[in-house]
Design a protein around this ligand. Structure first.
Ligand SMILES: Cc1cc2nc3c(=O)[nH]c(=O)nc-3n(C[C@H](O)[C@H](O)[C@H](O)COP(=O)(O)OP(=O)(O)OC[C@H]3O[C@@H](n4cnc5c(N)ncnc54)[C@H](O)[C@@H]3O)c2cc1C
Length: 645
């Protein structure tokens, strides 16, 4: 806990209202100690299933800094900086398989191992964090006796291309009825039917004017911008980029146009090809952050075209990808989708993809995930105490950071795995090991890998992101403002939206504006002007150095700036904040501006994922695609490499 958090908990005299959610006040004052059930009382008796000390021992309920929670980076960073744990205590446990990392890929690897290699295999999953699921994590808030759910990381079941048969059959096997669930577009219609729209917020520091533009689909851009005090040149640029059909490159073939676009950033395209005013790119700068976690200077114009950004209409490009495009934009381009849908209908479960992780866990450790239906997955708490039971065939050990994986080192099995818990190191033996952690850490765990593979793994710098979940007492100010989702290109959190309406698995988001609701806010720290990977490295350093108090202050300031005029009062309306930090977030996808133009088999993710003795490499980095499907496909491939070994 940092100093600012400590100070917040040491308050009264003015206890902020958010302290009443999830029993945080109980921990702060001790006034109701021993009776957390009062605060967690749920109409269906769910609270009885939560551990008695739920406010500290049930990770989804924890507020403050979550995701990669504070302290979780300690051992990995010490390892990077040369620390060693030479004499681990040998634990008297021998497994068929040890999995490093319990994200979607690690959980799927364990699942497939029992399907493909040995149905009754003994498996240990070691997870650095204090929760399972990796990015597929959920945040829970109990407000007035009602459970509110939101994704703390991975949000939608989605893909720029239609799902392949493997993921579809896995989801079916897991009991997730993906084809019957409403799509994200259906969800948006709930707010649209209430007369709400998307909005664009311009902050004074970036735009020298402040405005909330209602981005109505049925209005022209001239009409949307009519009352906004942007310079005329900027307004003209926006209208032309959004609606114009001028062809800046008449006479060039489709292939030549695409080739040129692949070698310039979207920012350069705006400035040098579309010749916009120098102030115009700021309006678009954050549009690429959602998918790349960098601004428009580190994304090629071709990829920007692929995901549907404006300014290309006049070029009349054929909707086909080129090999120089990244995985996501090429999928959108090939599948003829828009940035909203891509080739696969986006489906949102009430806790995002956390339920996929829960469902995988249910097949592995049924005693920890009670029930057997989709409804149970969503609503019934996981029994964390049941994750690591001595008699169970599959065990999941949280807060256990793997620091070394060695082939053939011991008598007990083919692989020796060392992990650190607290200050102590332990080692276990196994026949096989799947590395389902992120690629960039693998060279430190496994320094005996060939040097070309180590270099390739180091090329997998993941993108840092922050997903904040804010519990609001009501969303009347949103209704008054006319927006449910805001793009704020100059703000600390460039994207925010009211929790996606969902009605599935016996869970329904509130529909009355007077009721509490959850708000999602996204930030992507980066450093404009550098290469994509250097931006991610700088962003990660910034993210890890930012305290909860600073994030919270930015959230309060931004919401007050946008919604203050519509009656928003942070002290009254913000009930709780969970800031999910993802310093190692999206897997890296090919970027034609910075990555060498290589055939697939020579690309870093392919070289990096080669089998090393009885150690194989899964995780979404190995597929160079930040999607559930990639995590699952790579798990399946990695496990397949263990056959006959
Ligand atoms: C904020 C965010 C939003 C996203 N949204 C979507 C989305 O909407 N749809 C989608 O399809 N994809 C989304 N993704 C992509 C997401 O990364 C993948 O879908 C998938 O969850 C990745 O799974 P993984 O197992 O490969 O990696 P991870 O989820 O990163 O899991 C790796 C695990 O390994 C653990 N680990 C690392 N090192 C060690 C070690 N030394 N010892 C032990 N454990 C270790 C980590 O703690 C982590 O739990 C999102 C990603 C982020 C960050």
């Amino acid at each position: 806990m940092d100093d600012e958090e400590t100070r917040a908990l040491e308050l009264p005299p003015t206890i902020r209202r958010r302290d009443f959610v999830n029993g945080v006040l109980v921990a702060a004052s001790g006034a109701l100690l021993g009776a957390p059930g009062c605060l967690l009382a749920a109409p269906d008796g769910v609270s009885k299933m939560l551990p008695a000390d739920s406010t500290t021992n049930y990770p989804p309920l924890l507020t403050g800094l979550r995701g990669s929670q504070p302290g979780s980076e300690g051992v990995p960073h010490a390892l990077r900086d040369g620390a060693a744990w030479p004499n681990p205590l040998k634990v008297d446990e021998v497994y068929d398989l040890v999995v490093v990392g319990a994200g979607i890929s690690g959980l799927a690897a364990a699942h497939y191992y029992r399907r493909v290699i040995k149905h009754n295999a003994r498996i240990l999953l070691l997870e650095n964090s204090d929760d399972f699921g990796g990015h597929a994590r959920r945040n829970e808030f109990w407000i007035d006796g009602r459970l509110h759910l939101i994704n703390g990381g991975s949000q939608d079941l989605e893909n720029p291309r239609p799902f392949g048969p493997r993921l579809l059959s896995l989801l079916k096997e897991l009991g997730i009825p993906v084809e019957q669930l409403p799509s994200r577009a259906d969800a948006d219609r709930v707010y649209e039917d209430m007369g709400l729209h998307e909005g664009i917020y311009l902050d004074h520091k970036t735009f020298e004017t402040e405005a909330l533009i209602i981005d109505r689909k049925d209005w022209s851009w001239t009409r949307k911008l009519a009352a906004v005090s942007l310079p005329d040149a900027v307004k003209k640029d926006i209208v032309e980029l959004e609606e114009g059909i001028d062809n800046p490159w008449p006479g060039l073939t489709d292939a030549v146009k695409k080739e040129r676009l692949s070698r310039m950033s979207y920012r350069d395209f705006l400035l040098s090809v579309r010749q916009v005013d120098a102030r115009t790119p700021a309006f678009y700068d954050a549009q690429t952050k959602d998918l790349w976690a960098t601004g428009i200077d580190a994304v090629s114009a071709l990829d920007a075209w692929g995901v549907g950004m404006p300014g290309f209409q006049g070029l009349r490009l054929t909707p086909r990808a080129t090999p120089r495009m990244g995985n996501t934009p090429s999928g959108y381009a090939e599948c003829g989708g828009s940035a909203d849908t891509g080739g696969q209908r986006k489906v949102h479960l009430p806790d995002g993809n956390a339920s996929v992780a829960r469902a995988l866990l249910r097949t592995l450790i049924p005693a920890a995930v009670p029930g057997g239906t989709y409804n149970d997955l969503i609503n019934v708490p996981v029994r964390y105490a049941g994750l690591d039971q001595a008699k169970a065939a599959v065990r999941l050990r949280l807060s256990s950071t793997v620091v070394k994986v060695v082939n053939g080192a011991g008598q007990r099995g083919s692989v020796e795995v060392t992990y650190v818990q607290g200050h102590d190191a332990f080692s276990v033996a196994a026949r096989h090991c799947v590395m389902a952690c992120y690629n960039a850490i693998i060279p430190y765990l496994c320094p005996s890998l060939p040097s070309a593979q180590i270099q390739a793994l180091h090329r997998s710098t993941r993108a840092p992101l922050v997903y904040a979940s804010v519990a609001l007492r009501s969303w009347v100010p949103f209704v008054r403002s006319g927006v449910f989702r805001v793009y704020a290109p100059g703000a600390a959190f460039p994207f925010l939206w009211l929790n996606e309406p969902t009605s599935s698995g016996g869970y329904k988001t509130p529909e009355a504006p007077e009721q509490p609701v959850l708000l999602h806010m996204t930030a992507m720290p980066c450093a404009p002007g550098r290469s994509e990977m250097d931006q991610h490295r700088a962003g990660r350093a910034e993210l890890l150095a930012t305290s909860f108090g600073t994030f919270e202050a930015r959230i309060v300031e931004q919401l007050a700036a946008i919604f203050g005029a519509f009656g928003f009062d942070a002290d009254r309306d913000i009930m709780a904040v969970t800031v999910n930090r993802w310093p190692h977030g999206y897997a890296h996808e090919h970027n034609s501006l910075f990555d060498a133009d290589l055939p697939e088999h020579q690309r870093p993710h392919v070289i990096g994922r080669q089998r090393h003795g009885n150690i194989v490499i899964a995780n979404s980095d190995a597929g160079a695609a930040a999607y559930v499907e990639s995590a699952v496909e790579q798990a399946y491939r990695a496990v397949g490499e263990l056959k006959d070994l």
